[in-house]
Design a protein around this ligand. Structure first.
Ligand code: FMN
Ligand code: SF4
Ligand code: SF4
Length: 305
C-alpha cells in the first residue's frame, strides 16, 4: 500500500525500458523515495524505497532517453509536458514586474471574464507543487457576477446564523480554548467585520466578494498539507495577473464553509472535511495603482557559516 490520500492508496508503477536506458543515473539521483538504483549499468527498481513510488513523475521527467513510464496514483504519462514549445525562461525582471504591479483589487469594471481565461487559470494551477502527489486540492469555480453574488449571500446568511459565536460573552467563555491571540483577533477584527458584511448585505451591497465577475475557492482534504490549497490559489492569482485581471484573496468564506450547514456545503459540492481553504476573486480592475507597496516581514533571521 502507498501513502494514503483522499484520491489514492496505491503505489506508483514504474516501467523501465532496458533497451533505451543508458545507465546515466539521473533518475536514481532525483528520486528521493529511493525507488531506483543502477544495476549492471541499467536503472532498476531498488529494495530501499521509503514509501513505495509516490508517483511524482520526476524520474520520467529527467530521463533523457524517455526510458521510464510512470503510472498509478492518478498519474499518467499525459501529465508530462514537453518544454520545447515554451518561450524563453521568465527572468527576474519580468517576474518582479508582475508581482510589483499586483495589488489586491476589490473594484471591478463591468466586464465579464471569458471562459477561455478561466480555463487558462485552471491550467496554470495544475502546475502548483503539493505536499504529496496526487494533489488533494479541489476548486469551486463561481463564474459570473450573479453566481458570485448568490454565493456571497449564502455565506452572509450563514454568518447571521453564527453571529452569537462572536458576541462578547461567548468570546469570554471560549477564551481558554481558543487562546488570547485568537480572541483578540476575533474581537478586534472578526466581530466588527461580520457586522460590516451583514449590514452591507442589508443594503444590497456585497462587501464580501465585491461583486467580482469570477471567484475560485481552493480547498484541501484532511489528507493534504495545510499549505497546499494556499499555494495552488497563489498560482491562480499569478496566472490571473498575467492575463490582465486584478485579484484579491478573501479569507472569510472558508470558515463559514468549513463550519457551515450541511445544506450549504452540499449546494457547493463541499461535503466532507475541508480543513483549509481560501477564496480568490478576480476581474478587470477599475482603478490603476501607480505605486507598488513593499510589506516588511515580521522578521528575517539570516544565519551564515
Ligand atoms: C490570506 C489572506 C486573506 C485575505 N482576506 C481578505 C478578505 O477577507 N477581504 C479583503 O477585502 N481582503 C482580504 N485579503 C487581502 C488583504 O487585505 C490585502 O493583501 C491587503 O489589503 C494588502 O493589499 P495588497 O495585496 O495590495 O498588498 C486577504 C489577503 C490574504 C493574503
Ligand atoms: S535517467 Fe533514463 S537513461 Fe538514465 S539511468 Fe534512468 S532510465 Fe536510464
Ligand atoms: S515517480 Fe517519483 S517516486 Fe516514483 S520512482 Fe519516479 S521519482 Fe521516484
Amino acid at each position: 500500500m502507498g501513502i494514503i490520500t483522499s484520491r489514492t492508496r496505491e503505489n506508483g508503477q514504474l516501467r523501465i525500458d532496458e533497451e533505451r536506458c543508458t545507465g546515466c543515473g539521473l533518475c536514481v539521483g532525483v528520486c528521493k523515495d529511493f525507488s531506483l538504483e543502477l544495476r549492471n549499468g541499467k536503472a532498476v527498481l531498488s529494495s530501499k524505497s521509503v514509501f513505495g513510488c509516490i508517483g511524482c513523475g520526476q524520474c520520467a521527467a529527467v530521463c533523457p532517453e524517455d526510458a521510464i513510464t510512470v503510472s498509478g496514483r492518478e498519474f499518467s504519462m499525459d501529465d508530462l509536458l514537453p518544454l520545447d514549445f515554451l518561450k524563453e525562461k521568465a527572468d527576474y525582471g519580468s517576474w518582479m514586474s508582475l508581482i510589483t504591479r499586483r495589488r489586491s483589487v476589490r473594484d471591478f469594471r463591468d466586464r465579464e471574464v471569458d471562459r477561455d481565461t478561466v480555463d487558462r487559470i485552471l491550467k496554470a494551477v495544475q502546475l502548483a507543487p503539493v505536499g504529496i502527489p496526487p494533489s488533494d486540492v479541489g476548486v469551486l469555480v463561481l463564474h459570473g457576477t450573479a453566481r458570485v453574488r448568490e454565493f456571497s449571500w449564502d455565506i452572509i446568511n450563514q454568518m447571521k446564523r453564527s453571529r452569537f459565536f462572536f458576541s462578547g460573552w461567548m468570546l469570554f467563555l471560549i477564551r481558554p480554548f481558543l487562546g488570547k491571540e485568537a480572541v483578540e483577533l476575533f474581537s478586534s477584527f472578526g466581530a466588527p467585520l461580520l457586522d460590516k458584511l451583514i449590514r452591507a448585505r442589508d443594503r444590497d451591497e456585497n462587501l464580501l466578494l465585491y461583486d467580482a465577475p469570477l471567484a475560485m475557492y481552493f480547498y484541501s482534504t484532511s489528507y493534504s498539507d495545510p499549505a497546499d490549497p494556499i499555494i495552488t490559489a497563489t498560482y491562480a492569482m499569478l496566472a490571473a495577473e498575467s492575463l490582465g485581471l486584478g485579484t484579491c484573496f478573501i479569507g472569510t468564506p472558508h470558515y463559514f464553509l468549513r463550519y457551515g450547514s450541511k445544506k450549504l456545503k452540499a449546494k457547493y459540492g463541499l461535503e466532507g472535511k475541508h480543513p483549509n481553504g481560501i477564496m480568490l476573486i478576480m476581474g478587470y480592475p477599475r482603478y490603476k495603482f501607480r505605486k507598488g507597496i513593499r510589506r516588511s516581514l515580521a522578521g528575517i533571521t539570516y544565519m551564515d557559516h
